[in-house]
Design a protein around this ligand. Sequence first.
Ligand SMILES: Cc1cc2nc3c(=O)[nH]c(=O)nc-3n(C[C@H](O)[C@H](O)[C@H](O)COP(=O)(O)OP(=O)(O)OC[C@H]3O[C@@H](n4cnc5c(N)ncnc54)[C@H](O)[C@@H]3O)c2cc1C
Length: 417
Amino acid sequence: MPAGSPGDLPERVDVAVVGAGFTGLSAARTLAKRGAKVAVLETHTIGWGASSRNGGMVLSGMKLGVETLAGRYGMDATKRMYAASLASIDLVEQIVTEENINCNFSRCGHLAVACKQSHFDTYARSVEVIARECNHRLRIVPKNQLRGEIGSDIYYGGIVDEVSAGLNPERYVAGLGHAALNAGACVFENARVERIGHASRNGGSGFQLVTSRGDVFANDVFIATSGYTSGTTPELRKKIIPIGSFIIATERLSETLARELSPRNRMIYDSKHYLYYYRLTPDNRMLFGGRAAFFPETGSTIRRSAEILQRGMISVYPQMRDVKVEYAWGGTLDFCFDTMPHAGRMDGIYYAVGYAGHGVAMATYLGAKIADQVSGGAEENPYANVPFPGAPLGLYNGRPWFLPFAGAYYKVLDWIS
Ligand SMILES: Cc1cc2nc3c(=O)[nH]c(=O)nc-3n(C[C@H](O)[C@H](O)[C@H](O)COP(=O)(O)OP(=O)(O)OC[C@H]3O[C@@H](n4cnc5c(N)ncnc54)[C@H](O)[C@@H]3O)c2cc1C
């Protein structure tokens, strides 16, 4: 990771960005390139949050399928959102190239695998809709051809999208950090934002931010805190459910075993709510992740999840029974109550959140889109008009007391649907 900016916080900036992950750093890079004076304020260090801990899958589409999206928002809006998901992958590729980020970015494609026949039937329908309405071709892989894509017999078929990519997320977020700093942004680490209030200076209105490293006045504020959103922004916190996601990585596998498990080196995920997502790393480890415990990462949720994930990995790949797990870690994802990304403005403060496990590309993209908006650009943000719901009946103050119930609910849903 690059070192953060030295010295004291400036008295005044054009834009204060809260959070130094993909969202915040992508925004800071864009803003600084346009000449804005930007301070990124980060409680911990650059990339400390989900951005350095994820599976590195740079995926097309969104968490919700196109049919669900079309039912909710209409086909025109759905087409714009789907197009944005493809544009977000292009943007990651463009940044990696322009900024010369050595993060193993590769358009290796993704494979979604169906855990039930009914899930495969849904896949077949959405491939048709995406081809017809979004002009994007995915490939259906029937069960009898799956062995060309994955060394497992437990699935009912799959979909391949060749456009999706994989990268090393820690190296990517480090590269974004360098890019933001090189463009002229300051990134202040160990600078937790504790309060944000409306304020005015020299006749201009803006915001006063109180941080653990001093105060700063900003004309605009952009919240990029994702699953780590806290009481500093209470209204936003009430709309975000922080959910733990966990990953194990095995010892290095032989070339033969690695090719058997994933002959085309795809980014793979299954069709369950309690899903597994997995891939090979460039040094031939199996990186196997899932929402094994719904609660955010602690020593004990990571240990428990590692055991669950190892059992899950063996259920997918019995040939890995004797393979050692060498690493386990966790991070916190941000889900909104409608499972949608949201990017816009609340009480004058900009935000982009709600990536629901699709944040590598979308956080990069929405960070840049909001930066466009802050700097007066007219580019369209396809999520600008998506209504942003809070908890049903308002029964949520930001502490997710219902996670055990939600976890149980989704387990049942995985059995019956
Ligand atoms: C285990 C795991 C696997 C995942 N796998 C994938 C994947 O394969 N593909 C994919 O697309 N997505 C994946 N995701 C999701 C993706 O990582 C996130 O959506 C993305 O990283 C969000 O980036 P961000 O910059 O918005 O937030 P983060 O990277 O979480 O950064 C938020 C930052 O805000 C800081 N912060 C919070 N509050 C304050 C404050 N008050 N003051 C200052 N700083 C503050 C935090 O310290 C943190 O560093 C995964 C997530 C996890 C946890």
